[in-house]
Unconditional design. Sequence first.
Length: 184
Amino acid sequence: MSVRILALVGSLRAGSHNRQLAEAAVKHAPEGVEITLYEGLAEVPFYNEDIDVEGALPEAAARLRTTAAASDALLLFSPEYNGTIPAVLKNAIDWMSRPYGAGALVGKPVAVVGTSLGQYGGVWAQDEARKAAGIAGASVLDDAKLSIPGSVNRFADAHPADDSEVVEGLTRVVRQLTEAGAAA
């Protein structure tokens, strides 16, 4: 049985270390696990109930919901912006939370990881992402964590996919998420 994990990256920057971390997860996914790096979060409009209307839903939001619903689990990659979750990731969670009680995240296993410049690796933002996903109805894996501090220095000369400690941490989180996704 194959497990499909959707990866959402909370940074839109081309050289984002969190995007590189997601690329490392894709590269090192175990056999039987398909991790898809979602493209298109920048096109999803800010959540607004006035445009969340059946038959007139923005295409980018509809695609996000459909893709998330078709996945067995989600892996969120969150940097820390001013001590909290990036707007693009929060916006994605908001869109996936609707319709209330039946959104794409309801009952879906979710893990949150990330890297950040600071000494704590973005734990505040990752905690906020877990909180938001849980309120949206996801089954958040609170034990599946990976916070990598000092991203600018740590990944200055090496991609996260080439850092054995990072790969080991990602592999552990993906294994936990895979087990939860297969059971869901």
